[in-house]
Design a protein around this ligand. Structure first.
Ligand code: GLN
Length: 402
């Protein structure tokens, strides 16, 4: 069979629904809207992609050289499944330096393929079907399929705009004896909220009361504005054994395609997370782990510059979006702006985003992708601003056509 004939057979097979071969656990899946928007932007050729959050500027030169050097030095075979020792040691040193968190690299650190794998491996390791997982909404869209892959039951707690605060009564109501974990992303995607110590303490107190884990996605830990402080839940009293911390190189070092992340957890949790990780992926790319050891050893001023650079990009995109007629929710961290689009008078967020892409060539993510009930996000659109100044300026010029 020629390859094009094979492709059409495959396409026909995919097009006709065959329920026998569709697992129940994937039945509720929809394509990631974030990745879909990137594909639509690429298909257009000339689009400015402010949808999927990845930088369009270069990764730090020292990291690129370290990765090339590692390959040349024949670091090309499997690393230890839970992570090359130099990287785990560098991670332990970094958390001790930044947060006074003492971690045993032999028993409490698992290197994995990005925070995405870290999150699903952690959930698969700690949940049983039917366990309940609390998720704050709006949420990063992966958390939904993550809970479905675990056959877990989702409980959603609303973050209320404009400050994205939660109602403590609603939060308490979400906990019950079936609750196994809370997923918490701070600094937050998509809202830009940085949870305060007081808020984290409320969540931690409930986790202790109900014997629940807090699984934190801290991937934007170093992208903070206007003096905001990031507090890992793991550093709060009584939370050292109860928090599972997920993070990655992607955003801090502008290497989203490297897929190197890590999970920090107490030894008993780490032991099961490592097994899930091993069977899922064996390990993250070993030369990139070697470069990661160098990245995690960069001096403090690297992180100060990262935040300062992002703060100027944030200020620029806020100006661009406001001039174009969006109402912006000002982020305190991470690299996204949630906007309200009601002034544009569209039927919904999806129609608006498609129109904006057609008319201006600027791609963004419909707000409904971050809500379990799509209508709750129908008047919102998320823009990312991890882009060069020229890109943000080009977006500004194009959005003026809206
Ligand atoms: N975190 C990024 C976003 O929200 C993209 C993540 C991804 O596509 N894997 O846009």
């Amino acid at each position: 069979m020629t390859s094009s004939a094979r492709e059409s057979v495959l396409a026909a097979a995919l097009a006709s629904e065959r329920p026998r071969f569709r697992s129940r656990r994937t039945a509720g899946f929809v394509e990631s809207v974030i990745r879909e928007m990137t594909r639509l932007a690429l298909a257009r050729g000339d689009a400015v992609n402010l949808a999927q959050g990845f930088p369009d500027f270069a990764a730090p030169g020292v990291l690129k050289r370290a990765a090339v050097d590692a390959i040349q030095a024949d670091i090309n075979q499997y690393a230890i499944t839970w992570g090359a020792k130099p990287l785990r040691d560098a991670i332990a040193r970094k958390y001790a330096h930044w947060y006074g968190l003492e971690l045993d690299p032999e028993a409490e650190i698992t290197v994995c393929c990005g925070a995405t794998e870290g999150m699903i491996a952690s959930l698969l390791a700690v949940t049983n079907p039917g366990d309940e997982i609390i998720v704050f909404e709006p949420y990063y869209e992966n958390y939904l399929p993550d809970t479905e892959l675990c056959s877990a039951v989702r409980r959603v707690v609303t973050l209320h705009a404009p400050a994205w605060t939660f109602d403590p009564v609603e939060l308490r109501r979400a906990f019950n004896p079936r609750t196994k974990a809370v997923i918490l992303n701070t600094p937050n995607n998509p809202t830009g909220k940085v949870f305060s110590r007081a808020e984290l303490e409320q969540i931690a107190a409930l986790a202790r009361e109900f014997d629940v884990l807090v699984i934190t996605d801290e991937i934007y830990e170093h992208i903070l504005y206007d003096g905001a402080r990031h507090v890992p839940v793991m550093t709060l009293p009584g939370m050292r054994e109860r928090a599972v911390l997920v993070n990655s190189m992607s955003k801090t070092y502008s290497v989203t395609g490297w897929r190197v992340g890590w999970v920090l957890a107490a030894p008993d949790l780490t032991s099961s997370i490592r097994k899930v990780h091993d069977f899922l992926t064996v390990g993250a790319a070993s030369p990139l782990q070697a470069a990661g050891a160098l990245a995690l050893s960069l001096p403090d001023d690297y992180y100060a510059r990262l935040s300062a650079d992002y703060q100027s990009r944030r200020d620029k995109i806020l100006g661009v979006l406001e001039r174009a007629g969006f109402r912006c929710f000002r982020p305190a961290g991470a690299y996204y702006v949630m906007t309200a689009i009601s002034t544009f008078g569209f039927a919904d967020d999806y129609a608006f985003v498609r129109h904006m892409l057609d008319r201006t060539g600027v791609a963004a993510v419909p707000g409904s992708s971050f809500f379990s009930n799509p209508s709750d996000g129908r008047d919102m659109v998320r823009f990312c601003f991890c882009k060069k100044d020229e890109t943000l300026e080009e977006a500004g010029a194009r959005l003026a056509r809206l």
